[in-house]
Design a protein around this ligand. Structure first.
Ligand code: SF4
Length: 178
């Protein structure tokens, strides 16, 4: 499973770990999902110099998250939104907010159905915040993809992270093509 990231996640983790773009590239990955059966992720695909990819946390060779240490999350206060929401998923269809439970969670989440129930109000608040974050990220990626398609930027992973860390204020159209 890929832990997808948005601009907010990258900024939050980078600030927690005090990382610059080069350091961020040590713990994120640009995943290329190939083939007809390839799953579509909730975050938008990014055009990069190596093809279309999705931004996510790097996984170790055993498939575990790079931040999993001794069975605990080493960046817990700054964990991505996908981890904060797990096992819930949110999407908007025809202007309505829908919430669900991740299909994968049903396979392996041992905590499912245990503990205190989350109230509808709290869940709706979480969902609204998540959708707003995704919308913002889609806008940022759309601007990036459009410039990449027009050949106005060299869409390297490092430039993408610099763009994200600048909170989208970096004027990509002013950059010289590398
Ligand atoms: S909660 Fe932490 S260790 Fe678990 S997937 Fe998220 S970032 Fe990785």
């Amino acid at each position: 499973m890929i832990v997808t990231l948005t601009h907010i996640d990258v900024i939050r983790i980078a600030s927690f770990l005090n990382s610059d773009a080069r350091e961020v590239l040590k713990y994120v990955a640009f995943y290329q999902i190939i083939g007809e059966g390839g799953q579509k992720l909730i975050t938008p695909p990014i055009i990069t110099t190596r093809g279309i990819a999705y931004l996510g946390l790097l996984k170790l060779s055993d498939g575990s998250c790079i931040f999993l240490s001794k069975n605990k999350c080493s960046i817990y206060p700054a964990r991505p939104t996908a981890c904060r929401n797990f096992p819930f998923t949110f999407q908007v269809k025809n202007g309505w907010l829908y919430q669900g439970i991740s299909i994968r969670a049903k396979e392996y989440c041992k905590g499912l159905g245990k503990g205190d129930e989350i109230s509808e109000k709290k869940l709706a608040k979480k969902g609204t915040k998540t959708i707003k974050e995704l919308k913002e990220y889609e806008e940022l990626v759309s601007k990036w993809n459009s410039l990449a398609l027009k050949g106005q930027i060299s869409p390297t992973p490092q430039l993408f992270i610099e763009y994200v860390l600048s909170r989208g204020f970096l004027d990509l159209s002013l950059l010289p093509l590398k």
